[in-house]
Write a protein that binds this ligand. Structure first.
Ligand code: URP
Ligand code: ZN
Ligand code: ZN
Length: 469
């Protein structure tokens, strides 16, 4: 007999929409039929949309910061928030600390995750110190172990690689068949603008949006694409904020390059003016992330790219900080009060990612429900080597399923969220469509905003080759 039958719902995948029941046995989908017969547990999904669980390809959990601030989500709270929001798989980053072994950092990071996850996780790597042994031994071995994608930074003093190092990492990725994720913002252009703004006395959080200019993002995107062409490696330009980098990506694709594109909720829902806060005050720090949100015209360009296929994936880039962290560990710390350049970069979004795109995208007629599934589940699973186990509702795949009530309405409120930060940048946003029930490998882990699953239900997964859509 089946373990679970989900009956009477409308199944929506990246490709299809149809009415059928789903049968689950041992955590996998084993039947999709008009009537799947007897099961130990029954779920009546009449009137609901039955979609694959969300796959969030870009989240930061329990990552070291190096400046005394502390990320507000560990694996427990981060995956709890994700589950409540309809996500069943997240991909956080095991970050190399400069001067240390990447393998050791990955093992430490694994220990933090073990037994602490409400949903499944798989790690990307962040390469900050591409020494000969990292390039020659550690990365090849890690790719062989299923860590098939790594991120590099073109800015941030403690994370960035210079062009020569980027080329070496790209070359290694090509040799090992890995995918490189690029944070594309030009460091020198940011530093130049930062100094000019500070010299003029512009130190409030708002000026972060000017220091991280569109030009710096466009230039770095082009540079990353050029390096990828020289080394013949596929790359993902992550957190694209507007039309300028997107034009570069389209230009590269027209030349036959494999350049994938990611965008995030902040670029459809926030604008640079949000960083002004109430009256150019520190409230603006709530919206400080990099690249920063731009303007309404940029939002329109992002929507266009989401609708026309220019974007491949829609991730949260969840980077959780409290405003008031104990002992100055949050965004509001003494150094951050002296200049925008010290405000921790990043905003929370792992719990609200799906709801925002569902409501603003599907319900406002900007994208189809099938495209929603493609952007938020199927494509990230494919791109990062988890498909068809994840990202689909298919025979043999994991029974990771979200039941959406497309008619229910709500308002995003910090008090209802499960994440570690003490705020949400989307406070007060009215949404249509609620992820009513989140099912991980056939077991309910969240229902009506309550996370019900046992801690440790989530597994740490190894991945197949990345870079195939
Ligand atoms: O501001 C951001 N995006 N912080 C998180 C780290 C990153 O660059 O993705
Ligand atoms: Zn980044
Ligand atoms: Zn990020």
């Amino acid at each position: 007999m089946l373990d679970l039958a989900i009956r009477g719902g409308t199944i929506i995948t990246a490709a299809d929409r149809f009415n059928a029941d789903i049968g689950v046995k041992d955590g996998r989908v084993t039947m999709i039929a008009a009537d799947v017969g007897e099961a130990v547990e029954q779920i009546d999904a009449t009137g609901l949309w039955v979609m694959p669980g969300g796959v969030d390809g870009h989240v930061h959990l329990a990552q070291p910061t190096g400046d005394g601030t502390v990320m507000a989500d560990d694996f427990e709270s981060g995956t709890r928030a994700a589950a409540a929001g309809g996500t069943t798989t997240v991909l956080p980053f095991a970050q190399q600390i400069k001067g240390t072994s990447l393998r050791a950092c990955v093992e430490d990071y694994r220990k933090k995750a073990e037994g602490q996850c409400h949903i499944d996780v798989a790690f990307h790597l962040i390469v900050t110190d591409p020494t000969p042994s990292v390039l020659g031994q550690e990365l090849p071995a890690l790719v062989a172990d299923g860590y098939t994608s790594f991120k590099v930074f073109m800015t941030y003093d403690d994370l960035m690689l210079d062009d020569g190092q980027m080329l070496e990492v790209f070359d290694t990725a090509r040799r090992e068949g890995a995918l490189v994720m690029v944070h594309a913002e030009g460091h020198d252009a940011i530093r130049f603008m930062t100094k000019k703004l500070e010299d003029a006395g512009h130190t409030e959080p708002y000026w972060h949006a000017h220091s991280h200019s569109r030009i710096a993002e466009r230039e770095a995107t082009h540079r990353a694409i050029s390096h990828a062409e020289l080394t013949d490696v596929p790359i993902v330009i992550v957190h694209v904020s507007g039309p300028e980098p997107l034009e570069q990506i389209k230009w590269a694709r027209a030349r036959g390059r494999k350049v994938f594109a990611e965008t995030c909720p902040q670029y459809i829902q926030l604008v640079a003016d949000d960083l002004k806060g109430l009256n150019m005050d520190f409230e603006g720090a709530k919206y400080v992330c990099s690249p920063p949100p731009r303007d309404e015209a940029s939002q329109e360009a992002i929507w266009q790219g989401l609708a026309d296929g220019s974007f491949d994936i829609f991730s949260s880039d969840h980077a959780p900080f409290r405003i008031d962290g104990p002992g100055g560990t949050g965004k509001d710390n003494p150094r951050a009060r002296t200049s925008f350049k010290w405000v921790p970069n990043g905003i929370p979004g792992v719990e609200t990612r799906l709801q925002i795109l569902f409501s603003e995208g599907i319900m406002k007629g900007r994208i189809s429900a099938e495209r929603f599934v493609e952007l938020t589940s199927t494509n990230p699973a494919k791109l990062y080597g988890l498909y068809p186990r994840k990202g689909s509702i298919t025979i043999g795949g994991d029974a990771d399923i979200v039941l959406w009530n497309p008619e229910a309405t709500g308002t995003i409120r910090q008090e209802n969220l499960h994440h570690g930060p003490d705020y949400t940048p989307y406070e007060g946003l009215e949404v249509t469509g609620i992820p009513q029930q989140t099912i991980l490998r056939g077991k309910t882990v969240a229902r009506n905003g309550d996370v019900t699953g046992p801690l440790g239900a989530g597994e740490i997964m190894s991945r197949d080759a990345s870079g195939r859509l």
